[in-house]
Design a protein around this ligand. Structure first.
Ligand code: NAD
Ligand code: UDP
Length: 386
């Protein structure tokens, strides 16, 4: 453990207590690990689940005295304010944040991303506590480029598509397209936090993750999650590869995404935690503009990488096109393209992502193979007829 840590301006960093809500999820589990391994900070870990951080919580774990798990649902638990008051900083990661839910469970999505986040903002503001709130790149919605004619020369201009925290508009589809329930709820909570900062002096930082991926993301349907569940694209394609099924490309897989390795992104969050003077009052895109692919290209690259890490050079899992209505149901819509502009995070925190898409897929799919291949094999092997 590092003890004499200094911030970007050379000042000593005092150990702090962090109330981390949603600590048991994908991002939370990596952030808890980072905080335990590299800092002296304490974590009050709040979630309804803790499977992904069990290894840190075990009585024999060397971190046991610095991380404490509180199983509570922030919807309805009076202990929340006490935990926020006990901490120097609150980080709110809790959310329903899987696209398959946005159009099929829009009410839960809106409650989770707006209503349930309200008390967290209120308690931080009333108790003069700093807040780092997790929003989303989805806040930008569709790009202005989505409305350009197909042959417009602007389509070739990469700067035209950069999404800027302080300039780009938020473009959502009509209300019937319930996909946008999540983005809209996240936008309103961002506006509320910003207003708390402006009117009541709340010290806040807002994070907009652009497709952070890596080990422990979501679940493999039928193995450690519901068999009918639809996780985010990394876990969907991993599941297809593990089962040697075709990878499903929604509406032809033409949408574009930039993927960033979770371990790179966590470095950015640690800089925000330890540099309040540089992070407070800011909204930060956190992504990797160099890792842009179409979903179809992602499927092809994951197939190639999975062949390498599973040692099956002849792996032949084709892709198949499915309509979004068939895959997600009525009311789905999509973001066409998302490239983060990195100017603000670069200027304030000097952060840049390092890991290429190929490398991050290699380490992530190595993890998926080691963790799930045997279980999937068992689950899919037919019983021998007697
Ligand atoms: P995740 O689903 O893995 O983690 C969310 C955690 O919050 C879960 O462990 C869940 O149990 C917990 N939670 C939800 N509601 C709760 C409640 N009422 N009470 C207590 N705990 C509750 O998701 P993640 O990928 O780790 O995302 C974390 C945050 O980052 C979310 O706010 C999400 O919107 C945002 N985000 C993530 C990405 C990404 O690339 N992973 C992209 C955009 C935005
Ligand atoms: N997608 C796909 N096949 C799948 C799962 C997702 O083609 O099995 C597409 C989805 O339609 C979207 C992209 O992959 O265009 C990324 O989806 P994800 O669920 O990861 O979240 P998003 O980036 O849309 O928030």
């Amino acid at each position: 453990m590092a003890t004499a840590r200094v911030d970007l301006d050379g000042n000593a960093i005092k150990p702090m207590a962090i109330c981390m809500i949603g600590a048991g999820g994908f991002i939370g589990s990596h952030l808890c690990e980072k905080l335990m391994e590299e800092t002296p900070h304490r974590v009050l870990a709040v979630d309804v689940y803790n499977d992904k951080i069990k290894h840190l919580l075990e009585p024999t774990s060397q971190w046991g005295d610095r991380i404490q798990f509180h199983r509570l649902n922030i919807k309805n638990d009076s202990r929340l304010e006490g935990l926020i008051r006990m901490a120097d900083l609150t980080i709110n990661l809790a959310a329903i944040c899987t696209p398959a839910d946005y159009n099929t469970r829009p009410l839960d999505t809106i409650y989770s991303n707006f209503i349930d986040a309200l008390p967290v903002v209120k308690y931080c503001s009333e108790n003069n506590k700093r807040l780092i709130h997790f929003s989303t790149c989805e806040i930008y919605g569709k790009t202005i480029g989505a409305f350009l004619p197909k042959d417009s020369p602007l389509r070739q201009d990469p700067n035209y598509f950069l999404l800027k925290e302080d300039e780009s508009p938020c473009i959502f589809g009509p209300i019937e397209k319930q996909r946008w329930s999540y983005a809209c709820a996240k936008q309103l909570i961002e506006r509320l936090i910003y207003a708390e900062g402006a009117e009541n002096g709340l010290e806040f930082t807002i994070v907009r993750p652009f497709n952070w991926i890596g080990p422990r993301m979501d679940f493999i349907p039928g193995i450690d999650g519901p068999s009918e569940g639809v996780p985010r694209v990394l876990a969907c394609f991993s599941n297809n590869l593990l089962r040697r099924e075709p990878l499903k490309l929604v509406d032809g897989g033409q949408s574009q995404r930039t993927f960033v390795y979770i371990k790179d992104a966590i470095e950015a969050v640690l800089l925000m935690i330890e540099n309040p003077a540089r992070a407070n009052g800011h909204i930060f895109n956190v992504g990797n503009p160099n890792n842009e692919v179409t979903v179809r290209q992602l499927a092809e690259m994951m197939t190639q990488v999975y062949a390498k890490v599973s040692g099956e050079s002849s792996l032949d899992t084709p892709t198949v096109d499915v309509s979004s209505k068939e895959f997600y149901g009525e009311g789905y819509d999509d973001s066409d393209k998302r490239i983060p502009d990195m100017t603000i995070i670069n200027k304030q925190l000097g952060w840049n992502p390092k890991t290429s898409l190929f490398d991050l897929l290699e380490s992530t799919l190595t993890y998926q193979h080691r963790t799930y291949a045997e279980a999937v094999k068992k689950a899919t092997s037919k019983p021998v007829a007697s």
